[in-house]
Write a protein that binds this ligand. Sequence first.
Ligand SMILES: C=CC1=C(C)c2cc3[nH]c(cc4nc(cc5[nH]c(cc1n2)c(C)c5CCC(=O)O)C(CCC(=O)O)=C4C)c(C)c3C=C
Ligand SMILES: [Fe+2]
Length: 420
Amino acid sequence: MSENTTEEQGAAPSRRKVIGWGGAGLALGAAAAGGAVALTRDGDHTAPVADSGGAVPFHGPHQAGIATAVQDRLHFASFDVKTKDRDELIQLLKDWTRAAERMTAGAEVGEGAYGGLPEAPPDDTGEALGLKPSRLTLTIGFGPSLFDGRFGLKDKRPGALVELPKFPGDNLDPARSGGDICVQACADDPQVAVHAIRNLARIGFGKVAVRWSQLGFGKTSSTTPDAQTPRNLFGFKDGTRNIAGTETDRLAKHVWVSGKDAEGAAAWMDGGSYLVARRIRMNVETWDRTPLSEQEDIFGRDKKEGAPVGKAKEHDEPFLKAMKPDSHVRLAHPDSNNGATILRRGYSFTDGTDGLGRLDAGLFFLAYMKDVRTGFIPVQTSLAKNDALNEYTQHVGSALFAVPPGVRDKDDWWGRALFA
Ligand SMILES: C=CC1=C(C)c2cc3[nH]c(cc4nc(cc5[nH]c(cc1n2)c(C)c5CCC(=O)O)C(CCC(=O)O)=C4C)c(C)c3C=C
Ligand SMILES: [Fe+2]
């Protein structure tokens, strides 16, 4: 990775260059460009650390943060693009890519958090100094509104990037929905995830503005078959029958865009995916007054083991007809939806109380798929109409994004094929 990315593209010279520190950053840049090489964030910009601290490779055919083993924490941000200048947007995506390369490798943004010109604000905000990469992944997506004509992208809008229909029971807040660009930051350390979004927002100042954001904890899905399945805020194991990050065949079939799905307007999506984000409020107080047997009927699984009705073990094959017709698992199962299969990657959230003495808590549902028209939409259409769980949940935010393929190398950048 070049040390002077911004400078080469015509922006102001870097502070380190001005004061003659160019060599140190080159070592860092070269290491970061190589992928999962962890770097110190303690101000010694030159030294790769021996313990990787869990750096996830940034470069590859697919973006990290989809099939990657789910990290503990989430900071998700949806941005509105404020600039009307296509070239300025392209430059921002390049700058974001270079910053993302560094942060996912555990390095500071740009010239770092200190040591530069005292007259200028530091490039990095500093709160991640001394923290490990913590398996940080940064995943970008482009919303339908980005293709409205402002940036000459109308004829690049894929057919799969539809407006989601209004489902029965939806109570969507526009201030928590939509957005031109999203960035999903996942990490095992919340401060690392928050630092990443904050620094991207800072780089984008004047060009993009955060429309809404969501913090998440307690992953509600597993993409690692051998790991213990996490529990959601209703106390049930969640993610039992998810697609595992190691199941390359199922990922190719249900998650990655390829073949005929990557033709015409969607050619730039080859290797990408589609992301549905739903903020789902969970009425935990009502749930906590619900008898155990009713809770188990609602999901179609038992609370302790997570086994499907009539079976003993969590990973036993569900027998759908043994479940109540309105049970969540029966309705969401691929066999009830023409084979529709999605990769779930959601997180729990609590955002204080709602003014009525109830927790503002729920599931920030994230799901990746090859095509929402054959994935999320049929499943949610069925759930919204019939799911017994609806008595305890409400969808209050919604967004859909086209997630481009991965950044191949240090010369590539987020969205290059889209803007080509
Ligand atoms: C449209 C897709 C889905 C929404 C929205 C959704 C909301 C939601 N789910 C739970 C809890 C559980 N879901 C479980 C399984 C499950 N859920 C979906 C889809 C949506 N869920 C699918 C496709 C599946 C798998 C079905 C199958 O193949 O058997 C489970 C059971 C354990 C598991 O397999 O993961 C739980 C528990 C909540 C609380 C919720 C909204 C708040
Ligand atoms: Fe579910």
